[in-house]
Write a protein that binds this ligand. Sequence first.
Ligand code: MIC
Ligand code: SF4
Length: 646
Amino acid sequence: MVLLGMTLAHKLIKSHLVAGEMKAGTEIGLKIDQTLTQDATGTMAYLQFEAMGIERVKTELSVAYIDHNTLQNGFENADDHRFIQNVAYKRGIRFSRPGNGICHQVHLERFGKPGKTLIGSDSHTPTGGGIGMLAMGAGGLDVAVAMGGGTYYIPMPKIVKINLTGKLNAWVAAKDVILEVLRIMTVKGGLGKIIEYTGEGVKTLSVPERATITNMGAELGATTSVFPSDKITREFLKAQGREADWIALAADEDAVYDEEIMIDLSSLHPLAAMPHMPDKVKSVTEIGEIAIDQVCIGSCTNSSLLDMMKVAKILGGKTVNPRVSLSIAPGSKQVLNMLAKNGALADMINAGARILESACGPCIGMGQSPNSGGVSLRTFNRNFEGRSGTADGQVYLVSPEVAAISALTGVLKDPEKLDIEFRFDLPETFDVNDNMVILPAPPEEAAKAEVLYGPNIKEVPTGKPLGDSIKQTAILKVGDDITTDHIMPAGAKILPYRSNVPHLSQFCFAVCDPSFPERAKQNGGGIIIGGANYGQGSSREHAALVPLYLGIKAVVTKSFARMHKANLINSGILPLTFENAADYNDIDEGDVLEILDVKNAIQTKDMVVMKNITKNKEYILNCAFSERQRSFLLAGGLLNFTANNS
Ligand code: MIC
Ligand code: SF4
């Protein structure tokens, strides 16, 4: 028998496989070594963890970061932070204080280890793939289960090889590589896949550059992305004082992949994703020198020391264009501190940049919303409609190089023509100081430690066991690529209510149809009809918990994004897909729909019939779930299932 070589992704999966077979599309269970949470999803995850009654986390390492809800214009966020800090201290979790930086940047610098599995209650957790981790985004409840030592389930992905050749030209960036991948694959292209980078070109990319690429693999809808762990990874970890964490990892020479894409790095030019989707990619020269109003530099995609040094080099000795507001948020305390010490921060400040704290900030609409109709260039990963906080804001996603030169000129500018020499080698030692990470209490002390809940923390909604049939109105019909930012928007005004689902529910689908929450309440719930890739984007389980609270029983679409589908199942909402996609066109908002004999179908079948009573038609819907998923759906969600079985 000829044994075929293995991909790196297969090796990482195989070494953590605890359930299922590595057959694409079937459900597999993985042992999880590390978890991370951030504050916007963390409160809910820790409420769920507390409800499980587990004394102490069972992972090798769990870290709670505070980086999203850092604007404190009321008691809510500060209360949530205190709650998370208390739980972390009591339950064996490290706590990264506000100011220490964005979870993915800090985790890469200080905690990630090649060869380990990581799940995080944030969709950009795949950033860890930049150092050879199998790192995935997940709903808060799945992270809570993993913290308790439970298995994490995903559909076994197909593995895509992206073969990189050549070397990037000056002022062309890692951001342009991932924008090129998005141009080729689109925001649906990564669904059910792991993207594995190989080839000679890999050796020309530093760890921060690799991490930019794996970070934004989330926008492909991919399960995760991964780079080999090589000499460059070792040097990065050594400079972080963590050489002992390094192991060598790579695919076998003769590894077999499901798909292959070639990218010649030397052929790339600066790119931009145009409003309002990360895959609406064109070259900067093609878009032309459009006037801009704002530039924001930072986010978990582009806030490393390397990115910041390039920006400082471009800004040094110049002044930001009078029409432009430039803000910069270095990704971590380590980065900010090093910029302060080497003088680069002074170059930014002198040029007129508005320096923001090391946090998500404008990326999640926490301030810096552009002016009405304003054009904003951002080094971030998402430009979904309304996400910036300005409904008609026009957000373009670009590299730090494009952002910085454009901030000076006031128009979208191609940096390739820059007449500046730039070379920055990553330092041999980073400024390591983990004084903003609080260690958990030793077990004897933990028992006595108190957990304080603020008044904004309300109960987690739970579903009801599935009835025999569902008769409900098609309460909302939406198109393709609906994001979780459409379903459950974020931003400074709404995010403080992440632990208060009743309040949050007023904003559900506000971007598509502000009357949705009221109509859902009046109707006693309903069924949502969606197009392809429904629920793409974030891991936020609020996009399932809030519809659950509003009485939504089923979501029927052409296809679902992975994390949102898992969150719906965990909440006990049925995610069903049309067997015949054209049936989508048949249904109008307001039609009365009946899913017949649904309990029996979920228990025993792969198909169920939905009757359109208004139009007197029938549609076949797909309900092929794993045994585990069927149990959750029948019980009305994972929490009910666990309560019934404990
Ligand atoms: C995002 O970038 O959309 C977020 C905010 O980081 C989310 C998590 C959340 O909604 O809290 C994500 O990417 O998962
Ligand atoms: Fe934070 Fe933006 Fe990254 Fe989400 S995408 S983790 S909001 S920086």
